[in-house]
Design a binder for this molecule. Structure first.
Ligand code: URA
Length: 303
């Protein structure tokens, strides 16, 4: 269905509800105006319009006949040939059918479960169109670091710099994260890093619960494939999504708990304050330091 098809009437309650919820979904995803599927060449449009108005394909600079006045009626040879006009981009996008979030999440679970390696998982995620964030992000930010890391860190979502680079935690908070890891003797490339959603939310907003649920199966499969000894959730959204807790990050941070994975594996996990929060609240770095020491201890202890 496209937006310029028949407008639903009052008797069309269900269709109207569907259109409204779709528009709300677009709004939540940050879409504020309609756009075409391709890049719109406004210069080509202007040239085509001018050509149509003049009824000729001859460039204005060479169009001496046109200045001869109304007596010189346009001949067939001077009428614009349809193929000479640049095609106009469609004015409205094609709207995908509305699929309920739980169906999208179930589809994501089924797809993620088939990945037998990180390369496969990345390819499956790149093909996945069930999360609206993909439409506004520039790149897929899958994850980086050692594929057999003992420690895996899960952040919230890529920001602007991560979206441009296609890598997680490369901006300011990434640089602080690197220093935090170094402080307990861990090189950044020795750990695995990913996020709860792999596409940047518009304007760096927090991912919605639906976006998080739809992307979560890929993050969980990512953890299953890396098989780390320990998982750290960075910040509240990651903690809520992975550890299934509604408690505040200030209560949860620094407490060891268990992460249950879909394949039945259980891993020790802990929430920590997000580096972006620590940049805003440097006084809280003392809590982060406490948690880092607890993490070091855990990594040093035998399984
Ligand atoms: N913040 C996150 O949670 N993840 C990133 O990749 C970057 C910033």
């Amino acid at each position: 269905m496209t937006l310029n098809e028949r407008v639903p009437t009052a008797g069309d309650g269900r269709a109207a509800d569907a259109v409204l919820s779709l528009l709300r979904w677009y709004e939540a995803a940050g879409v504020s105006m309609p756009a075409g599927n391709g890049v719109r060449d406004r210069f080509a449009e202007t040239a085509a319009e001018a050509t149509r108005r003049r009824g000729t394909t001859v460039s204005p600079a060479l169009d001496t006949a046109a200045s001869a006045g109304p007596a010189s009626a346009p001949s067939a040879s001077r009428r614009p040939s349809p193929s000479a006009e640049p095609p106009l981009a469609p004015t409205m996008p094609t709207i995908l059918p509305l699929v309920p979030d739980d169906v999208l999440a179930a589809d994501a679970r089924a797809r993620a479960a088939t990945a037998q390696s990180l390369i496969e998982l990345r390819a499956i995620l790149a093909e996945f169109t069930g999360c609206g964030l993909k439409a506004t992000a520039k790149t897929l930010v899958f994850g980086n670091g050692a594929e057999d890391a003992q420690l895996m860190l899960v952040g919230e979502a890529p920001g602007r710099e991560e979206d441009l680079a296609g890598e997680p935690f490369v901006g300011r908070s990434g640089r602080l994260l690197n220093r935090m890891l170094e402080a307990i003797g861990l090189a950044r490339d020795s750990v695995r890093v990913t996020n709860t959603v792999p596409w940047r939310p518009p304007g760096n907003r927090t991912p919605t619960p639906a976006e998080t649920e739809i992307c979560l199966p890929f993050t969980l499969r990512h953890i299953e494939l890396v098989k780390p000894r320990v998982v750290i959730c960075l910040g509240s959204p990651s903690t809520k999504a992975l550890l299934r807790s509604d408690e505040g990050i200030m209560r949860l941070r620094g407490r060891w708990t268990t992460l249950d994975l879909p394949n039945g594996t259980q891993l020790p996990a802990m929430a920590m304050l997000h580096p972006a929060y620590l940049l805003r609240q440097p006084a809280q770095k003392r809590l982060a330091w406490r948690d880092l020491l607890a993490l070091r201890q855990r990594l040093d202890a035998p399984d």
